[in-house]
Design a protein around this ligand. Structure first.
Ligand code: SAM
Length: 396
């Protein structure tokens, strides 16, 4: 394929074919300046990889109209040139190849029969071939790991993140949305997101994941002390109002009869053994009275699980520096896992930050800075660790 330099018309055509719009003056200037990438394929990769294209494709798949003026869009696509040229450029821009003989013939005949070019572009963008190509791009699928920036390149994971109403913007990368999304992603991959599944969250506050689960699984029980210091924190995670008014924190409409909030100590769960399919806790057990309190909670979370059930935990993992209250050293994390008596579904990848260069956010000086994956407090650098454990299935 010709990778000669770009000119304005090549850039403009690619924007119309992929994003169904003209490039802005700034985009055109950047793309022609060559300061981003000067070859033609990298323009296409950039547009196909953009959040804008992802959103358009999702909408096209759902049959949702994305353009404000259909006539203007069709006219712009018609202005690109002859049918043959249009089909060639559409294939090149979206499927990264020239049309094969039968594909070229097919689209030439449908266009001759009056089909709109808008629909041809969308058919290519939502085709099985495009999906196959995307799926063939390697992506990170680990479950047990430190908060991992690689997940912001996994489409399935990003879809879950967006479905929580959170931004997929890499500049807003934060370990809190990581925990929410990774919990759902792990449960999905482990086959636990089922209409007949029951979930319990420990130290739940009013995390938005609860409301998401209420729309996707049979029963969700949120437990928390809902008292003490957490009522006064900025985010008011432990606000007891949610016990009587769950709608107050609902980020989107949810199935109210699938979600209940209960005041309960995570170290002593008031449920019989084997009640739930999933017990999970996000950024909480480090606040339950040190290592001892966390151990008691792990035992309780394991106890209330049915055989074959899954325990998912996110907590604080120290990467360097002195011990700090409400964080755990790596050996303590392993001890907590052992304390549950359950099996890790896979080894924990503790080497994530040997692969990434990033600056820890100083939570005392700049708590709201993002990206926010590593944090530093009084010389201790820590991040979130996520683990998934399985309770052995009952013997028959
Ligand atoms: C950092 S917040 C996390 C809340 C929620 N999981 C989230 O991710 O937004 C910690 C929560 O633990 C709760 N908590 C503290 N001690 C607890 C205990 N012994 N049992 C249950 N919840 C407790 C607090 O009330 C607070 O809501």
């Amino acid at each position: 394929m010709d990778t000669a330099g770009r000119d304005h018309s090549f850039i403009s055509e690619t924007y119309w074919l992929v994003l169904n719009r003209a490039p802005s003056a700034l985009e055109l200037r950047d793309q022609t300046a060559g300061s981003l990438n000067s070859d033609q394929p990298s323009l296409r990769y950039g547009l196909l990889d953009s959040d804008e294209f992802r959103r358009l494709r999702a909408a096209w798949r759902d049959g949702i109209r994305t353009e404000s003026d259909s006539h203007a869009l069709e006219a712009a696509l018609v202005a690109l040139g002859s049918d043959e040229y249009f089909v060639k450029r559409a294939y090149e821009s979206i499927l990264a190849r020239w049309p094969d003989e039968s594909g070229g013939r097919h689209y030439a005949s449908v266009l001759a029969a009056g089909e709109r070019r808008t629909n041809v572009v969308r058919a290519l963008a939502t085709s099985g071939e495009f999906d196959e190509k995307r799926l063939a791009v390697p992506c990170d699928v680990q479950l047990c790991e430190l908060a991992n920036p690689a997940k912001w390149q996994n489409d399935e994971w990003l879809d879950l993140l967006r479905s929580l109403g959170l931004s997929a913007d890499r500049l807003l990368m934060h370990r809190k949305p990581y925990e929410f999304t990774q919990m759902l992603y792990g449960c999905k991959r482990l086959g636990m997101l089922r209409e007949d599944a029951s979930f319990i969250s420990i130290g739940a506050g009013h995390e938005q994941v609860l409301y998401w689960l209420a729309n996707h699984v049979g029963r969700v029980v949120a437990t928390d002390m809902y008292e003490g210091t957490w009522q006064g924190e900025l985010a008011k995670e432990g606000d007891p109002v949610v016990l009587d008014d769950p709608d107050k924190y609902a980020p989107f409409p949810y199935r109210r009869d699938h979600l209940e909030f209960m005041k309960m100590d995570g170290r002593q769960l008031d449920f019989p053994d084997g009640t739930f399919d999933v017990s999970y806790s996000l950024s909480s057990i480090e606040h339950f009275g040190g290592f001892e309190g966390a151990c008691r909670t792990m035992r309780e979370m394991a106890r209330v699980l049915k055989p074959g059930g899954v325990l998912a935990l996110a907590t604080e993992y120290v990467l360097s520096g002195p011990p700090h209250e409400e964080t755990f050293q790596p050996d303590e994390i392993h001890a907590l896992v052992r304390e549950s008596g359950l099996e890790l579904v896979e080894p924990i990848d503790e080497h994530v930050y040997r692969r990434y260069q990033t600056r820890p956010v100083n939570v005392r000086l700049t708590p709201y800075l993002s990206p926010h994956m590593l944090v530093e407090m009084d010389g201790t650098v820590f991040t979130s660790v996520m683990v998934f454990l399985r309770k052995p299935a009952a013997r028959t």
